[in-house]
Design a protein around this ligand. Structure first.
Ligand SMILES: [Zn+2]
Length: 311
């Protein structure tokens, strides 16, 4: 009887181990926090078997509410390269940075790679009551500018080349292929902005696109700043945006990805504006993750919406 039980146990444990092995073992591994970090690394390591990349954030979930599991922390410590954004949403990382063996794990922080802007409050926006006025807070959404995305991909590429010099040529080619696509997106956006009379975007939502609008000389109105936790706007904010859209004949009111679009819809109902999504690539839906949708794919869609909004 005992023997049968032991055999059964072995079979069960083999089964469990087999099922748990979703990720293939690779010689090198990269751990990333959120979608942009993941996407840029994935593009560089394309078709190289010796290296893998993992995203800690669950597809479809809210980036700003992310809390690491004990396994996530272990994965970070065991990684060869750890990539994170570095803003307020990533403040939990400050607590573990000292525990990471920097000889083993190379750390890349996106906010160290590009020039930073402070978080901004524009007219009509909901006040952030938790915010300490004295404290300078930099806007963490650095990846939303395709020009920044190019710089970030190049930095990630150089670190991966150092890690696995045997495949250096492959990483160089992959990285260049991706930055070429990003350059094309950048010039498409410039063409649209240059040929449009309107130079302004209106968001019935949070606004994580400061780096984007600064890059292309656009202005904006929005219900909340980039990382606000609120999703319900006051009637004062909604009324301001409705009047703004009416007064300026704004054709498109945006909401961001994975948002309920409630404020944008309310504004659209009171005006002639139509509602479109601007995907800021914070996170990605489960289906899009499975289908390996990229930042480039997302921005191609954004370009179509942008064209209508600046019309
Ligand atoms: Zn954010």
């Amino acid at each position: 009887m005992k023997k049968i039980f032991t055999v059964l146990l072995i079979i069960i444990s083999l089964f469990v181990v087999g099922c748990g092995k979703e990720k293939k073992e690779t010689k090198y591994n990269i751990v990333t926090t959120s979608f942009p970090c993941y996407d840029f690394a994935r593009a560089v390591i394309k078709d190289v078997d010796d290296i893998g990349v993992e995203m800690l954030l669950k597809p479809g979930s809210e980036t700003h509410d992310f809390e690491p599991t004990p396994k996530d922390i272990i994965d970070i410590k065991n990684s060869d390269i750890f990539i994170y954004v570095g803003g307020e949403s990533d403040s939990w990382i400050d607590d573990i940075l000292n525990d990471i063996d920097k000889e083993k794990t190379k750390i890349i922080k996106l906010m160290d790679i590009v020039d930073l802007y402070e978080e901004e409050h524009v007219e009509g926006m909901e006040e952030d009551e938790e915010k300490d006025e004295e404290e300078i807070e930099y806007d963490e959404h650095v990846w939303t500018s395709p020009v920044n995305a190019i710089k970030i991909v190049n930095s990630i590429k150089e670190e991966i080349k150092k890690l696995d010099s045997e495949n250096s040529d492959k990483y160089e080619t992959n990285g260049n292929e991706y930055t070429n696509k990003l350059s094309e997106i950048d010039s498409n956006i410039r063409d649209i902005v240059n040929s449009s009379k309107r130079k302004e975007l209106v968001f019935g939502d949070r606004f994580p696109l400061r780096y984007f609008t600064e890059e292309y000389g656009l202005t904006y109105r929005a219900a909340f700043p980039g990382c606000a936790h609120e999703t319900e706007a006051s009637s004062k904010t909604v009324a301001y945006l409705i009047n703004y859209v009416k007064d300026n004949n704004i054709p498109v009111i945006f909401h961001i990805e994975l948002s309920n679009g409630k404020i944008a819809n309310t504004i659209a109902n009171e005006t002639n504006a139509k509602v479109l999504e601007f995907n800021t690539a914070h996170n990605i839906s489960k289906d899009d993750f499975k289908n390996e949708v990229t930042y480039v794919d997302i921005y191609k869609k954004n370009i179509d919406s942008l064209k209508q909004a600046l019309n």
